[in-house]
Design a protein around this ligand. Structure first.
Ligand SMILES: Cc1cc2nc3c(=O)[nH]c(=O)nc-3n(C[C@H](O)[C@H](O)[C@H](O)COP(=O)(O)O)c2cc1C
Length: 189
């Protein structure tokens, strides 16, 4: 009888061991993070559709001090964004916590083009997270400008990661177009 109880107990222990091992190996909900900054909503819409199509997690880079319409006035050389652009060392503060990137193998970074370059707050982001070993691709929206040196600058500022590509999307880009781009880089949902 005692032998039988011991047998049942050891079988139970083994089952519990394998169950806990299996749950420890369960992958995170997504291994892709879409991180983006958007001042007027265009890049946000693209980022949301991209994350939806890839079943990716979404992180918005939110400025501690929101950009007002006056701040965004590129016709005013004295506006906040003009001043930030003129100062390569400017790193606007990001509100809230930065994401923990440990669980992600791929980070897609989205931003609007400002004066042919990347907004300084996106530099604040790449300089304050650890992109070591991550596959990274950038996507951007603009009034017509191309990538310029924006990705090259981010890559230099991050100093880590495997930077794949940068692509412009219109604010009306659909989920299919966006996921097709990701797939072309070997990034699968
Ligand atoms: C300060 C500022 C500078 C900009 N500079 C450029 C530029 O150099 N080239 C361009 O094509 N569009 C430029 N734009 C337009 C934005 O890139 C475009 O409207 C973008 O889609 C806005 O994205 P968002 O709504 O996510 O902020 C600029 C916009 C702002 C506010």
């Amino acid at each position: 009888m005692l032998k039988r109880i011991l047998l049942v107990l050891s079988a139970l222990t083994l089952t519990l061991f394998f169950l806990s091992a299996a749950s420890a190996e369960t992958p995170a909900s997504s291994s892709i993070l879409v991180a983006y900054f958007s001042a007027t909503g265009t890049t946000r819409s693209v980022a949301q559709k991209l994350a939806e199509g890839l079943h990716a997690d979404l992180y918005e880079i939110v400025p501690e001090e929101p950009y007002t319409d006056a701040d965004l006035n590129y016709n005013d050389r004295g506006s906040r964004t003009s001043i930030e652009t003129d100062d390569p060392s400017c790193r606007p503060a990001i509100a809230g916590e930065l994401p923990d990137l440990t669980a992600y193998s791929t980070i897609l970074i989205g931003y609007p083009i400002w004066w042919g370059d990347v907004p300084r707050i996106v530099s604040s982001f790449v300089e304050n997270v650890d992109l070591t070993g991550k596959n990274i691709a950038v996507f951007f929206t603009s009034g017509g400008s191309g990538l310029g040196s924006s990705m090259k600058h981010l890559e230099q500022q991050a100093g880590a990661g495997n930077w794949l590509e940068g692509k412009r999307f219109s604010g009306h880009a659909g989920t299919e177009e966006l996921t097709a781009w990701a797939r072309s880089l070997g990034i699968e949902p």
